[in-house]
Design a protein around this ligand. Structure first.
Ligand code: PMP
Length: 405
């Protein structure tokens, strides 16, 4: 089937906007993706037609909202091929998903002297929660390094694992280098050594088909707002065997079975980890984003973005003084670069004036910046709606900016 880019773009009204009277080119989907009209309509539909607080439903509206909310859990279960819906926990986003596991897994399994392996290419949100958990338990963080082309040094992994290792935390796709990490391979090594694996999928699920059972991961996290869905909601997938054993992360309504001042018992999965009223609106609208991605098809989106990646890389390499960070063989639609003699902030600011939205700075990945001994980069990242014409506009703009220096 042909990838119908015009039809896809027609669902994103914001793409027709102008910025400083210039065509708006959005190359910052890795930070947050734009939302199709279907997601916005779903939010409106909920509030116009069947809003109520979910789960304790004693009336029609609350019951209908509950059914819609829980249907999204099933959609997500299918989207990542989890074994059961009880393994899908709604959170505020990837960051909260990491904090949940770091806190709860840490409390149950981390002891003094234990070790957590964290890759060098992680976003801060897949480093800091582990550091906090380690500090509480006098445990240690161990770095899994990457090489200069942006590939994890897999040969080092077996040497880093010992009897004290409890968990490996790694991104499926790096938000700076674009590297697609060999998760199934890492998981195999982890499990052979009775070590758990936590995967940050924030930059993966919207680009590549994810099958948590096939990869055999223990935990997998992602955010709706990077998946053409709304802000303020994300997912933690966890194998039932872990989630059943782990203590609750937060206390409150919904996560309990019975409460008394003497003893409180906790609800079953997934509710044990969903204290309080969740983000009802965003979860329900997230369902529309999942439907939309399924309709276009993740493999088709991935193929399209790969074409964009190849085309943009080729064009960028023609620019004098350019340095691209991360050229792994398996790469997703993210390119980080600098141009000699121009500060990344200046480049980003001037591109913005020409209508092009890019990201500049450290991208919440200081350890990647430290690896290359740089303060920041310019990052472009693609979504299902980007085109080669937009890349041409960007390259022309980049050359224009370069001439100013
Ligand atoms: N991990 C990665 C790889 C990311 O790119 C991001 C978002 N920049 C996050 C985690 C954090 O996601 P959120 O802010 O949605 O919690």
């Amino acid at each position: 089937m042909q990838y119908n880019i015009n039809k896809i773009r027609s669902n994103f009204p914001i793409l027709n906007e102008q910025v400083y009277k210039k065509q708006f080119v959005y190359f910052d989907s890795a930070a947050s993706a734009q939302k199709p009209i279907q997601v916005l309509i779903k939010e409106e539909e909920l509030h116009n037609n069947y809003y109520g607080n979910i789960h304790r439903a004693a009336h029609f509206m609350a019951d209908k909202a509950t059914v819609e909310f829980e249907a999204v859990r099933d959609k997500i279960k299918n989207f990542i091929n989890a074994e059961s819906r009880e393994e899908i926990i709604f959170t505020k986003g990837t960051t909260e998903s990491v904090n949940l596991v770091a806190s709860s897994f840490g409390e149950k399994y981390l002891n003094e002297g234990d070790e957590i392996i964290v890759s060098e290419m992680e976003h801060h949100s897949n480093i800091v929660p582990w550091q906090l958990a380690a500090e509480r338990r006098a445990a240690k963080i161990v770095k899994l390094p990457f090489s200069n082309d942006g590939v994890l040094q897999m040969e080092k992994l077996p040497e880093l694992i010992n009897s004290k290792t409890k968990l490996i935390a790694v991104a499926h796709v790096s938000n700076v280098l674009g590297t697609i990490n060999p998760i199934a391979e890492i998981t195999k090594i982890a499990h052979e050594n009775r070590v758990a694996i936590f995967v940050d999928g924030a930059q993966a699920v919207q680009h590549i088909s994810v099958d948590v059972q096939k990869m055999d991961v223990d935990f997998y996290a992602f955010s709706a707002h990077k998946m053409y869905g709304p802000n303020g909601v994300g997912v933690l997938y966890g194998k039932e065997k872990w989630l059943n054993e782990m203590p609750p992360y937060q206390g409150g309504g919904e996560m309990i079975s019975e409460v008394s001042f003497e003893k409180t018992t906790f609800n079953e999965l997934p509710y044990k980890f969903e204290a309080g009223t969740p983000n009802i609106t965003s979860v329900i609208a997230f369902g529309a984003a999942i439907d939309f991605m399924n309709e276009v098809g993740i493999p088709a989106i991935g193929e399209w973005e790969n074409e964009l990646l190849e085309y943009a890389t080729l064009k960028l390499k023609e620019i004098n003084g350019i340095k691209i960070y991360g050229e792994p063989p398996n790469k997703s639609g993210v390119i980080s670069f600098n141009i000699k003699g121009i500060h990344s902030y200046d480049l980003g600011m001037l591109l913005d004036k020409l209508g092009i939205a890019v990201r500049t700075g450290h991208h919440c990945a200081d350890t990647v910046m430290q690896h290359f001994n740089i303060a920041g980069t310019v990052r472009i990242s693609f979504g299902m709606y980007n085109t080669k014409e937009e890349i041409d506009i960007f390259i022309t703009a980049l050359n224009k900016v370069r001439m100013m220096f």
